[in-house]
Design a protein around this ligand. Structure first.
Ligand code: A3P
Length: 322
């Protein structure tokens, strides 16, 4: 069973008593402000355990993204890139793991999966380079991630699309519990920074600045650029993560194969992603539309003005555009 709040570690329970808490109607919107970011109790439990017990190796790759910014997609892409020598022709008939498993099973989350309630998860099945994922903000990362040569790949997405995606997703997951949130409610909370791992803008900025200061350590990618120029972005990711494409691979269309394998159209139609489950969610809820700009179908002009204004203010000094 998924971790219940009463199963939190004593350390986490004690910490939560000291933290500001938002009044959510269900556990996913009941958030605790820890070091400037809002976490659910269960995820904070995992963050604390991962921080205490996870030891990054120099060759590890840590994939970081805020919730609903395309984590599932990036997991698929990174896995396919790193493992391409093992599975040369990723077509629908082959035995490629991405055709049999949801990407979340192939690259585990530190705080949701491995360290959700475990101090010493079995990592022996992971081959080098080990790949992990997390939604943690920069300041919450385990110290060994910072001290080692472990590389970080960060993916961000336009805040309006992220919000719309988050609203759809959380309603799907929480409708089993206490009813849903209206878009207006979710929008207001998101804009005030009170969303899981929010404030979203601060999450992005932390990694953006780190990528400028330490370009060999942190690669900063954008969902929109991955959509628009996937081949170019995959090459950048392959170079950064230590598995550059050879000239032959480029000539043979190897990059195109991976783009196609990991595309929304392909992954979302696979049996495993249509009918499976990952934690509390059905795997199909990780594949909704996969488009840039779906926010135009949801947000009112007033909402657009408010969120654009926040984005402008938050990102102005950095020059970051999303
Ligand atoms: P939408 O809700 O806008 O469709 P995460 O993986 O971080 O939970 O993010 C989920 C978002 O990524 C959803 O956005 C989902 O549809 C989109 N997504 C999932 N797989 C994708 C893919 N292969 N290509 C592009 N977008 C994808």
């Amino acid at each position: 069973a998924y971790l219940q709040d009463e199963n939190l570690t004593e350390e986490c329970k004690e910490l939560i008593r000291t933290l500001p808490t938002s009044n959510g109607r269900d556990w996913l919107w009941t958030l605790h402000l820890y070091q400037g970011f809002w976490f659910t109790a269960r995820h904070l439990n995992g963050v604390l355990l991962a921080r205490r017990h996870f030891r990054a190796a120099d060759s590890d790759i840590l994939l970081v993204a805020g919730p609903k910014t395309g984590t599932t997609w990036l997991k698929a892409v990174l896995f396919a890139l790193q493992k391409r020598s093992c599975y040369s022709e990723p077509d629908r008939k082959s035995n490629h793991p991405l055709l049999q498993k949801n990407p979340h099973e192939l690259i585990p989350y530190l705080e949701f999966t491995l360290y959700l309630k475990d101090q010493d998860p079995d990592l022996s099945g992971l081959t080098s380079p080990r790949m992990f994922a997390t939604h943690m903000p920069l300041g919450s990362l385990p110290q060994s991630v910072k001290d080692s040569e472990c590389r970080i790949v960060y993916l961000c997405r336009n805040p309006k699309d992220t919000l719309v995606s988050l609203w759809h997703f959380l309603n799907k997951v929480t409708s089993m519990e206490m009813g849903t949130y209206t878009l207006e409610e979710a929008f207001d909370l998101f804009c005030r920074g009170v969303s899981p791992y929010g404030p979203y803008w601060d999450h992005v900025l932390g990694y953006y600045k780190a990528s400028l200061e330490m370009p060999d350590k942190v690669l900063f990618l954008k969902y929109e650029e991955m959509k628009e120029r996937p081949i170019e972005q995959l090459k950048i990711l392959a170079d950064f993560s230590g598995c550059p494409f050879s000239e032959d691979e480029v000539a043979d269309g190897g990059i195109n194969d991976i783009v196609r394998l990991c595309s929304f159209d392909n992954l979302s139609k696979l049996e495993v992603n249509m009918t499976g489950k990952f934690r509390l969610a059905e795997t199909k809820s990780f594949f909704r539309k996969g488009e840039v700009g779906d926010w135009v179908n949801h947000l009112t002009p007033q909402m657009i003005e408010r969120i654009d204004c926040i984005t402008g203010e938050k990102f102005h000094a950095s020059g970051l555009k999303l």
